[in-house]
Design a protein around this ligand. Structure first.
Ligand code: SAH
Ligand code: SF4
Length: 382
């Protein structure tokens, strides 16, 4: 089978070239053609020797994901649905702003964590994406946008791993894909502008700090274990105290001097001023002050199966005020792409739940399993 060159970071591509009997510097040329110029046809790579091009044609390709659909929001946000085979599809979202272009990328087809307020979680889990499939979302979006906008310079300046999936549960494929994003011979993104968002995979936060420290966002959503467990089941395995310790350890290597905490505002669930105060205390006690963190409040984007509703703007404001007055840097996330279901937590792609994650979610909540499709039932039987 042909090797997909989108799977390799520069080191991987250099090893691949060495195995073909080629010098390592050829890998840099090849890498630049692929990622900086968006080339997928070896014949177009004119400064590579003809013999190398022929060799590559025999054993490699540059295989991007194919696009199933594209939707553009009235606010300029673009959402792509990519086919990843076997009935699964994942989504990526481009969010243009005056001073930056952000791409939100998926790391898994579905997600096994099963957070109550997340539509990806409600779809269950099919599989990890490969590094090539993660990078492919950026490769496609960057070069599509350049062509579409008729521009030759970089369009995407920021990447957030906030699409479908828990990136730190797909660590082995995540790290090479981050390295491609950061590499000056590829996209050359600054570490501060690449963000990994996690629901709290504590051991992997430490590993990320050692292997590839990029900006870290942690989906907290609650200031105490009882409430957080009911929203983010992973909290049972990695409770808040351990999570906070890992975040503070991460600061020593982080490209920014803070960690961002995301907090999805759920009406009547986690949005009272008392909980805001608890959050202040938690952050203060964990970091020995408050300068080490930022809180990003995300108005909940509702979907029917969650049974949850969005906090009113007044409640979000009141919560935000408690934090700000106590000295916590707090922002409220603007909802973008809501009209095309591209906002946070609305990415659900199309996922065959192959692990019974959806069934477990319903069991946990003590609700009857409503039945969803053959794939989930099969997973349960297996
Ligand atoms: N799995 C990772 C990254 C993907 S989710 C994580 O959980 O951090 C990206 C962000 O969207 C997370 O902060 C998540 O909590 C938030 N989110 C999920 N569902 C949401 C919803 N329905 N409305 C608003 N934000 C949501
Ligand atoms: Fe998975 Fe993140 Fe959604 Fe939780 S919020 S189910 S971890 S994608």
């Amino acid at each position: 089978m042909a090797a997909n060159l989108l799977d390799y970071d520069l080191e991987g591509l250099a090893l691949f070239c060495e195995r073909l009997g080629e010098k390592r510097f050829r890998a840099v040329q090849l890498f630049r053609w692929i990622h900086q110029k968006g080339a997928s046809d070896f014949d177009a790579m004119t400064d590579l020797a003809k013999s190398l091009r022929e060799k590559l044609k025999g054993c490699a390709d540059v295989k991007s994901l194919s696009v199933v659909s594209q939707h553009m929001s009235t606010d300029g946000t673009i959402k792509w649905l990519f086919d990843v085979g076997a009935g699964d599809a994942v989504e990526a979202v481009f969010i243009p702003e005056s001073d930056r272009g952000t791409l939100c990328i998926s790391s898994q087809a579905g997600c096994a964590v099963g957070c109550r307020f997340c539509s990806t979680g409600h779809q269950g889990f099919s599989r990890n994406l490969t590094a090539g499939e993660i990078v492919s979302q950026l490769w496609f979006a960057e070069h599509f946008l350049r062509k579409h906008l008729g521009r030759d310079e970089r369009i995407i300046s920021n990447v957030v791993m906030m699409g479908m999936g828990e990136p730190l549960q797909n660590y082995a494929e995540l790290v090479p894909s981050l390295r491609v994003m950061l590499d000056d011979h590829a996209y050359g993104l600054s570490r501060r502008r690449v963000t990994v968002s996690t629901s709290g995979m504590v051991p992997m936060i430490d590993r990320l700090g050692q292997d590839c420290p990029v900006a870290l966002a942690v989906s907290l959503h609650a200031p105490n274990d009882a409430l957080r467990e009911s929203l983010v089941p992973l909290n049972k395995k990695h409770p808040i105290a351990q999570l906070m310790d890992a975040c503070v350890r991460y600061l020593a290597v982080a490209p920014r001097d803070f960690v961002t905490f995301e907090y999805c505002m759920l009406d009547g669930v986690n949005d009272t001023p008392e909980l805001a105060l608890q959050l202040v205390e938690l952050l203060r006690a964990s970091g020995g002050g408050l300068s080490w963190c930022k809180v990003n409040l995300i108005p909940f984007n509702p979907f029917t199966a969650s049974g949850l509703t969005r906090s009113s703007s007044a409640r979000v404001e009141a919560f935000s005020d408690v934090l700000s007055r106590a000295g916590v840097v707090t922002t409220v996330r603007k909802t973008r792409g809501g009209d095309i279901a591209a906002a946070c937590g609305q990415l659900a792609g199309d996922v065959k739940d192959r692990t019974g994650a959806v069934v477990r979610m319903h069991k946990r909540r003590g609700a009857a399993w409503p039945g969803r499709g053959l794939a989930a039932v099969t997973a349960l039987v297996e």
